[in-house]
Ligand binder design. Sequence first.
Ligand SMILES: Nc1nc2c(ncn2[C@@H]2O[C@H](COP(=O)(O)OP(=O)(O)OP(=O)(O)O)[C@@H](O)[C@H]2O)c(=O)[nH]1
Ligand SMILES: [Mg+2]
Length: 241
Amino acid sequence: MRLSVISPTLNEAESVPRLVAALEQALCDISYEILIVDDNSPDGTWSIAQNISLTNPRVRSIRRMQNPGLGAAVIDGFSAAEGDVLACIDADLQHDPLILARMLEELQDGADIVVGSRHVAGGSTRGWNRLRRVQSWIANKMAQLLLGIRIKDPMSGYFVVWRKDFYQIREQLNGTGFKILLEILSNVQASKLKEVPYTFRPRTRGQSKFSGVVVLQFIHQLWRLCGSSRRHSVRFMKSVI
Ligand SMILES: Nc1nc2c(ncn2[C@@H]2O[C@H](COP(=O)(O)OP(=O)(O)OP(=O)(O)O)[C@@H](O)[C@H]2O)c(=O)[nH]1
Ligand SMILES: [Mg+2]
């Protein structure tokens, strides 16, 4: 089994070399490639990744010039990847690369999608103030209730999925916004979802891209996904009666 690790980046020049080093350490027994998918960052993140790729053949740098956005970057990275398994991980090392091996084990044991989770036993968030905790709790509940998603951390940006499953739904995915996992969970016919706990660490380099626009995009995404799941249910009911 070959793994492709996709990391979307925007102004993460300082983090990318550290991410590559941390992944190399975490994946020493695994066959893998790393794709840094950058939206032509003004700080030259794509060129840092390109320089690393000159001496490290496992690393590829993708410089995107159109349709910027986290979700769209992940879809492009997944499409360019060559592994049987696709992982999505933030570049800023808030996601712990050490749990990737365990996530792969869960896939090999029969899971369809494995999510790095802050909200199952053993998982946590470090350094969040009360406001961020409340915001995250509300967003989680909205996603679970409105979309019928059963996992504890549907807002996670850290997950692994089989490439064959991604290809089955690629055309249905909308890349607008931050929450590409929600998009995948709402479209995929996955029966077995697993969560592996980890501690979401504070960002130590670069700037957060979380903003009010991201929150609005999330609300719009929920509205859109809710509408399409209602349409699917009506179509299904019509087909059985
Ligand atoms: N390609 C691409 N990557 C993005 C974009 N926006 C964010 N990212 C990357 O997506 C990942 C998550 O973004 P963050 O800013 O860390 O979001 P967050 O983790 O929710 O927020 P913090 O906890 O404040 O860091 C990081 O690797 C970012 O560089 C974008 O528009 N395009
Ligand atoms: Mg972050």
